[in-house]
Design a protein around this ligand. Sequence first.
Ligand SMILES: [Zn+2]
Length: 341
Amino acid sequence: MKAAVIEARGRAGLVLRDIPVPVRQPGEVLVRVHAGGLNRVDLYMRDNGVGITHTLPQTAGVEAAGVIAEADADSGLVAGQKVAIFANAFCGKCRYCLAGDQPLCVRAHIMGEHRDGGFAEYVAMPARCALPLPDHVDLVEAGVVLTAHATAWRMLFGKRALRPGETALVVGVGGGVAVACLQLAVQAGARVLVTSSSDDKLARAKALGASGGINYRSEKVAKRVLEMTNGEGVDMVLDSSGAASWDDSLRSLRRGGRLVTCGATTGSNPGADLQRIFIRQLEVYGSTGASIEECRQLIALFGRGAFKPVIDQRFALEDFAAAYDRLERGDQFGKLVLTMT
Ligand SMILES: [Zn+2]
């Protein structure tokens, strides 16, 4: 089968290879992959991978949807059935898994990070990670739902849920998670403000329901947020940028507001501004991935057509390098996706 395989670090080390179809282990399913979305972590795995236990060569890709090719008779899954893959082959036995909080699993084993991923014609994963999809869904769209939208779902609703009528600020709209946060927050009945360095991306965000856009290159973000919220600030900030936006994100919150972080692409160590956090009684918390139950809720909403994932561009598996380049430049609005068929 064809697969995008990381053989060595760096752009030249990720290559298209013809490799054997994976042999599924007992309890696993074999999935014929139709599509898989790109994510920032794919660049990290290609170029660095430090801190993640794995061995090269390894097939890339943390996201995939397709149809069951082989499954155990008692798995509840049948050949031909459409599934989206929950990327974390969680252990199912640790205290966090038993509590239904799989993203905190102490033995997390993520495809495309710790084991062979989904940028291939077939992938093998534990049957518990194959989440059934309604028959009518588009598998390319399904292939971009379980990373960005699932991450956004847990950020928005996982701990201190965003409520209808609240106002949220989405930092750096354009990336997959930020666009998904915008879509799901609008869907939940919240008012959504967005920031970007691109007026074009701000216009596209407004077309998706954002009620205000701030260009952080030409405007002062926190000042504009306060102007747009009668001097109060927003209830929730969704920030995957990190150091570059942190100060503005804290200053954009109302008293008692919450800042949710899911990424640090611009740096991990911003000024903490503890005085602002305790005096204004802000909540700051992290989020990554989503639980099986959160993914089921998300798939139910997706299956009903309540939102349509924004796909920036589709690439054939053979053209993965062009897709990675576009992701690296940050040109995209929404998701980049590789199609295998
Ligand atoms: Zn576990």
